[in-house]
Design a protein around this ligand. Structure first.
Ligand SMILES: Cc1ncc(COP(=O)(O)O)c(C=O)c1O
Length: 359
């Protein structure tokens, strides 16, 4: 299936620009920009009802993200950044627990665990990303990793990691920011204890919209350290005074919402869920495969294609001048297509990269 032109018409990249940088930030569809614009105007003139127009949008987003990953809505918490989820887990880890992470892990995952190492005597051990499953042993309490690496686009061996963790009784914490909605997790979800995902990249949401999957058997053993008025039971039911009466499901891990970001997130997630149902998202992986083949690379394991070059920053600048927007990460030129890209843009990017003097 090719991406229908009606999908592309929902976006407005600058004329002539091949925007291949969803891994830095995804472009919002027009309904998202319109929803944000409407919310800002109703904020400006003071007519908005914050509950029904802004705060409740988070509840719609919770259900849509659950659909995207194949979880129950009750297992999803609304958080502003991935470290808000990782930090809650890090704060709960007991002294002496071994945590296995890949070398070069993204700091919003790694740093909270290093803080737990300093503050609580957790032992963080680094291992190879490609063979992370082999590093999980009888002493491992948690394995934490980006499912798809932001600096390489490589995808971790999720099934093998989950199997090794199950064998040794370790918990699994996945950062799926660069994986969802292109790398499926549904089949492994029962074996994943926790999953965090920021929405401003491949989910085409405003920044500040992140999700925290907490498998239901952990609702009671993970203390909700970021507790706030929005987790009161019932929702909006208590803003003053104790006792602590929080909701029963994973919404106890919600952080009160940066409203307008969630207003914008809803139309983006609605479209993504629709495109997932219709099979449109799979076509983005075809674009990535076309890109990789054109550059003489192996087939990618995510939507992200990375090419190692001697000077990635110079390459990024030269490509920007040629109308191809990508990013320099970890010595790579990183290209990340989405539904707004066309095969012609992919071919243009291949031509532009092939003619780079810095290669
Ligand atoms: C793997 C990964 N996770 C998460 C994020 C976003 O981090 P945060 O939510 O702390 O802004 C990024 C941003 O580049 C990332 O590469």
């Amino acid at each position: 299936m090719t991406i229908p032109p009606t999908v592309r018409s929902l976006f407005a990249p600058a004329p002539g620009l091949a925007y291949l940088d969803a891994a830095t930030y995804g472009l919002p569809p027009k309904p998202t920009v319109e929803a944000l614009d409407r919310a800002l105007r109703r904020w400006q003139d003071g007519t908005a009802d914050w509950v029904t127009e802004w705060d409740r949008e988070g509840e719609a987003c919770r259900a849509l993200f659950a659909e995207l990953i194949g979880a129950a809505t009750a297992e999803i918490a609304l958080i502003p950044t991935v470290s808000a989820g990782v930090g809650v887990i890090a704060a709960s880890l007991p002294t002496g627990m071994e945590v296995v992470v890949p070398e070069g892990e993204f700091t919003s995952v790694l740093y909270p665990l290093l803080v737990a190492e300093q503050a609580r005597g957790v032992r963080v051990r680094e291992a190879s990303f490609a063979t992370l499953h082999e590093a999980i042993g009888p002493g491992t309490g948690l394995v934490a990793f980006s499912l798809t690496q932001s600096q390489s686009g490589r995808t971790a061996p999720l099934a093998a990691i989950c199997e090794a963790a199950r064998r040794h009784g370790a918990r699994v914490l996945v950062d799926a920011t660069h994986a969802i909605p292109f790398v499926p997790v549904a089949a492994q979800l029962p074996a994943i204890d926790f999953l965090v995902c920021h929405g401003y990249k491949h989910l085409l949401c405003p920044r500040g919209v992140s999700f925290f999957y907490v498998r239901r058997d952990h609702w009671d053993d993970l203390p909700p350290f970021l507790a706030n008025w929005r987790i009161a039971d019932p929702l909006y039911g208590n803003s003053y005074g104790g006792p602590l009466l929080h909701r029963a499901d994973a919404s106890r891990f919600d952080v009160s919402l940066a409203w307008h970001a969630w207003v914008g997130a809803r139309p983006s997630l609605e479209l993504l869920a629709q495109w997932q149902r219709e099979g449109v998202l799979a076509s983005v992986l075809d674009l990535s495969a076309r890109l990789a083949a054109g550059l003489g690379l192996e087939a990618p394991t995510s939507s992200i294609v990375c090419l190692s070059v001697p000077d990635a920053e110079a390459a990024e600048t030269a490509l920007a001048e040629a109308g191809v927007k990508c990013a320099a990460r970890g010595g790579n030129v990183r290209l990340s297509p989405h539904v707004y890209n066309t095969p012609e843009e992919i071919d243009r990017a291949v031509d532009a990269i092939s003619s780079l003097a810095v290669l």
